[in-house]
Design a protein around this ligand. Structure first.
Ligand code: AMP
Ligand code: ZN
Ligand code: FE
Ligand code: FE
Length: 285
């Protein structure tokens, strides 16, 4: 069984359309793929409609969150929610709020870049996002398109990194509230890449322990942004706290180098995750 539980389509900041993504997952030999676009479920239907034979789709989302307590400064983090009911009103309203904030925030960032003479425009950034949940990778692609940088990675390193003068925080859900919302909608919450240090400050073990007590189901450990010492540390923590362990590529199409299925989840952990869900079921072709 090959199981990849974290991917992005053009419904957020990946470059494959949802239908292309599931076709690519099938061609890559995956048995299970989760679609986890940032703050949106817009890709679920087109992905389900295009599922190739033999591939199971786990509908999900990656929710923009913030940890406010126990830290000197707020820490941004990502929560994966799987198999939640997309119609749950409170969660639906929160996802809409996050997407709307992404729009005004990206606009602010573009205005700052333009004011400093960079040859991009809000129109080109919107064209990159093509109606999906807009994010910094779309600004990065506009900078690539304009010939300012050679890659999205370079755009992040020079202009878009956390704390850059061109960076603005976006709306986020307080992470304990997000865990409760995902559970309230029947979903299963997993902490995405908890120790992805290159993106900024990461939370303390103590916060993860309190999240586990508040309903967190698992930790995403095998991930391209984790080195082996951090993985080993997280495996110990997951064992201590009774948390599931997942792994995934965090595929973004051409916006990142990682390939579909490059990192994966053990079948037993996947089965345990599905067993905790009572929002919706995985979709099989
Ligand atoms: P945003 O959600 O708009 O704040 O953008 C964050 C997203 O950009 C993350 O979810 C990643 O997909 C991507 N990202 C973050 N850091 C980098 C980086 N250094 N290079 C390329 N993509 C990145
Ligand atoms: Zn992303
Ligand atoms: Fe993430
Ligand atoms: Fe992601």
């Amino acid at each position: 069984m090959r199981i990849d539980l974290h991917t992005h389509s053009a419904a957020s900041d990946g470059t494959d359309q949802p239908a292309e993504l599931v076709a690519a997952a099938g061609a890559a030999g995956l048995d299970v793929v989760a679609l986890t676009d940032h703050d949106t479920t817009a890709g679920w239907e087109p992905a389900a409609a295009a599922l190739p034979a033999g591939l199971t789709l786990v509908p999900g989302a990656e929710i923009s969150c913030v940890a406010l307590d126990g830290a000197e400064r707020p820490i941004s983090l990502h929560l994966l929610g799987y198999l939640f009911d997309p119609r749950h009103e409170g969660f639906l309203a929160e996802r809409r709020r996050l997407r709307e904030s992404r729009l005004s925030r990206a606009r602010w960032m573009v205005d700052r870049l333009v004011a400093d003479g960079l040859p991009i425009s809000w129109d080109r950034v919107q064209a990159q996002a093509a109606g999906g949940a807009v994010g910094r990778p779309h600004v990065g692609r506009a900078l690539v398109e304009a010939g300012v940088v050679g890659s999205v990675d370079e755009a992040f390193a020079r202009y878009l990194y956390n704390g850059s003068p061109y960076y603005l925080r976006k709306a986020e859900i307080e992470v304990f509230a997000a865990v409760r919302l995902v559970r309230a909608a029947g979903g299963v919450p997993v902490f995405a890449h908890p120790l992805a240090r290159r993106r900024g400050p990461v939370v303390a073990d103590e916060l993860i322990a309190r999240l586990a007590a508040a309903g967190l189901a698992g930790l995403e450990i095998s991930h391209p942004d984790h080195d082996e010492p951090d993985r080993a540390h997280l495996r110990g923590l997951a064992a201590d706290l009774g948390l599931l362990v997942t792994g995934s590529s965090d595929y973004h199409g051409r916006n990142k180098a990682v390939r579909l299925g490059a990192y994966g989840t053990d079948p037993a952990a996947y089965d345990a995750l599905v067993a905790q869900a009572n929002g919706i079921r995985p979709v099989a072709a």
